[in-house]
Write a protein that binds this ligand. Structure first.
Ligand SMILES: [Zn+2]
Ligand SMILES: [Zn+2]
Length: 304
């Protein structure tokens, strides 16, 4: 009996099962040919489904042979931490370059008179049937009378250009800088297999560290003293947390509010804060701060 396909959550898992099973089923090892063929077609079907829903695989490295396209794909910290969908542009098919109409030459670039027809665009040939001269389009400049000297800058002289199309991919969770993503061509309808090296765009406040996310912020001392709550940024947006948390050591840890991890858990959000104290304080302000300290000392029996 073949297992239920929902048992497999990745192509790798399915492949592992395949390798195990095929050892016993192969006709060379005494298995029945019919059962073997049935197994192969079942495998292909499940594999196709897995690839179409999860088109992206994370692989160790790029193969060094074969036909594929390799480039770098940039992700935001939020995309890495939360997963979800991402629109990307992939090379699609080769079409005629619209800029040069397929000639590979820059229409507005430098040109020179065609030496073959001396710029007339025609050449005189002797027609032996009529025994007289006749004119034909110059085969060298194709009747233009001049030759374009500069390459088309869009297709670099090839006359063809690789067109791109937009596809939406599922972002695998737990990605790290430098990971390689593999998109089989049939999963996204590309012209060849695609490999992308993961790059993470620097974020003004967030930094990924292991399975956690760090949020860096600076808070003026009076905000902590005067407000019940402080606004911070989380992966889910702006949020208010109690101010007293910032009267302790940095970082403040928000459990399971960090990146989603491969094993289904969530990492932590670490709020690394720095308390801002102004360099120079005007005399008038100092006066009130001194007063405030006095009141605090009175209230707490000499200690602040
Ligand atoms: Zn061109
Ligand atoms: Zn010519």
């Amino acid at each position: 009996m073949l297992p239920n396909e929902s048992r497999f959550s990745s192509v790798e898992e399915l492949k592992k099962y395949f390798r195990e099973k095929v050892k016993h089923l192969h006709p060379d090892r005494g298995g029945s040919k019919e059962e073997f063929l049935q197994f192969i077609s079942w495998y292909e079907e499940v594999s196709k489904k897995l690839r179409s829903s999860r088109q992206v695989e994370v692989v160790k490295r790029c193969p060094l042979t074969g036909d594929y396209v390799f480039s770098v794909l940039e992700f935001t910290v939020e995309e890495i931490a939360l997963g979800g969908k991402k629109k990307i542009k992939i090379p699609y098919e080769e079409g005629i370059c619209k800029a040069c109409g397929g000639t590979g030459k820059n229409k507005n670039g430098r040109a020179e008179i065609c030496g073959f027809c001396k710029g007339s665009g025609f050449v005189e040939v002797f027609d032996s049937r009529n025994e007289k001269n006749t004119y034909l389009k110059c085969p060298y400049c194709k009747g233009l009378g001049y030759l374009l000297l500069e390459q088309c800058q869009y297709c670099l002289g090839k006359g063809k250009i690789k067109e791109e199309k937009e596809v939406v991919i599922d972002i695998p969770v737990g990605l790290k800088e430098g990971d390689i993503l593999f998109l089989p061509k049939e999963s996204v309808g590309a012209i060849s297999d695609l490999y992308y090296e993961v790059a993470i765009k620097p974020h003004p406040y967030f930094v990924l560290k292991g399975s956690d996310l760090i949020y860096k912020c600076k808070i003026p001392f009076w905000e902590i003293m005067l407000n019940e709550e402080i606004s911070i940024l989380t992966l889910e947006g702006e949020e208010k947390v109690p101010s007293y948390l910032f009267t302790r050591d940095s970082p403040v840890v928000l459990k399971e509010r960090g990146p989603f991890l491969k094993d289904g858990r969530r990492g932590d959000l670490l709020i690394e804060f720095q308390i801002i104290v102004p360099h120079s304080i005007p005399e008038k302000a100092k006066f009130f701060i001194k007063k405030a300290v006095e009141i605090l000392k009175q209230e707490r029996g000499g200690e602040v």
